[in-house]
Design a protein around this ligand. Sequence first.
Ligand SMILES: Cc1cc2nc3c(=O)[nH]c(=O)nc-3n(C[C@H](O)[C@H](O)[C@H](O)COP(=O)(O)OP(=O)(O)OC[C@H]3O[C@@H](n4cnc5c(N)ncnc54)[C@H](O)[C@@H]3O)c2cc1C
Length: 498
Amino acid sequence: MEKTDVLISGLGPVGAVLAIYLGRLGIDVIAIDRDTTVYPMPRAAHLDHETMRLLHLAGGADAVLRASQPLSAYEFRNADGALLMGFRPGEASPATGFPQSSMFHQPTLEYALRARLSELPSVSARTGHALTGYTAGEDGVRAEIAGPDGDYSVEAKYLVGCDGGQSLVRRIAGIALDDMGFDEPWLVIDARLKTAERLTTIGLQHCDPRRPVTSMPMGPGRHRWEFMLRPGETAEEVVSDDFIDGLLAPFIDPASVEVERRAVYRFHAVFAKAWRKGRVLLAGDAAHQMPPFLGQGLCSGTRDAANLAWKLAAVIEGRAGEALLDSYQTEREPHVRAITEMAVFMGKVVCTQNDDEAVLRDRDMLAKPEPERFSVMPEALGLASGIRGGDTLAGSIFPEPWMRNGDGRKRLDDEVGPSPFIVLRDAGSESAAGFRGLGCFVVEPDFPLVDEETRLKSMLEDHEAILVRPDRYVFGRGPAAALLASWRHYLQSGAVVD
Ligand SMILES: Cc1cc2nc3c(=O)[nH]c(=O)nc-3n(C[C@H](O)[C@H](O)[C@H](O)COP(=O)(O)OP(=O)(O)OC[C@H]3O[C@@H](n4cnc5c(N)ncnc54)[C@H](O)[C@@H]3O)c2cc1C
């Protein structure tokens, strides 16, 4: 019987990021996937800057950036080409320095994450190994696994289901889904362009009631089209070459593209009613799914991993109480729900197939002058709980400082890893040792931050310290001793007292 701290079922992007974060924190992990290669079907094409930062922490961002391009605009246009609404992403987010919206190729990310996994000594990543069942007790989980050399069992302190929308972990735990009532069938096509010429860097929702279509740039040389199925059309018929050529023809000469991947999905919005049941937890699509109109499913799953990894590590190492694990859903679910509601709203704008409804939609949306229909891309949402109150900075994404690195510079995140950190304004703080004892990285005034780090200085002007959570949200700002007491209490109880 093999034993491990955490068994992760599912090595999609979320399971891989979780395994990497846990591995970087020195936790023993067995991470399995039933498939031997990464998922071959078309899925995520967009990443926001916060996710890119979290992927950078996991060691996957460089490969993704090389295979991605920034989105210049995201437009919703009606059948006549009139702009219903649009968003302009910023080139580089002031908080993270990464493009606010990057269009990318999901398998590139997944291969990069799997390569990173193989470098972590406490992680055993196994492909071709399927979870077939488990029993959960008070102290742990006994899992049954079918591997290429036969069946075996693993005893784990915790099991995390990162096993996607059909999650076996969720089903065995008896956790039901809460359905937000959106359910639309779409054909998704990923294509390589045979010419080097790029189509566009603009993402377009073509809101034509006769056939709603999404057209999105992906990484260089690749493009994504999504076509809503009309009533009566079947998945089998729409994936044929001839049908696809007919769909593509109004947009591009079908002979100039090579269709790499095609799949019919039902876009829906569902939430697992519980994300934790004792020693069993869910993350990513196993816990929540949303329609792709905001490009946030994978982004949200990555945030789950960033929220959960350090909590599991702290509990396993005895630095935190079990109750901290309940804060995972309390903190993450409202965040994902807010994003899902926005994605469903966008989906309803796009998926209108009734002519009369489309006329009304257009009338309402075109009532505003065009400049008002274009807005800047909303900033990534902050965190509403698991933070101290009374400070506007708390819950926001901590702007990443740069530190000196020889003659160059590097991100502070590269030094800290997936741990919390405290930035102290004054030397000799009596709280520094207390923070270190809780696994916090301590940034003292003599730390080699780059000289122009004025943003951080101004944040600290009237405050003794800023405590940043491992998922890079600001926990709070204020006297170091008070932050230490709050953080300690939060670790034990999962609740924050100011
Ligand atoms: C068309 C489309 C477009 C999308 N666009 C975007 C986008 O632009 N941006 C974005 O952020 N998100 C997007 N998403 C969502 C995104 O792709 C998913 O949210 C993301 O892939 C979920 O990752 P995951 O790791 O949770 O699950 P998955 O990627 O589904 O991985 C689950 C893994 O678990 C494994 N598994 C399942 N059962 C078992 C078992 N019993 N034992 C072992 N292994 C098992 C599977 O083999 C799989 O590898 C899109 C989705 C679709 C369908």
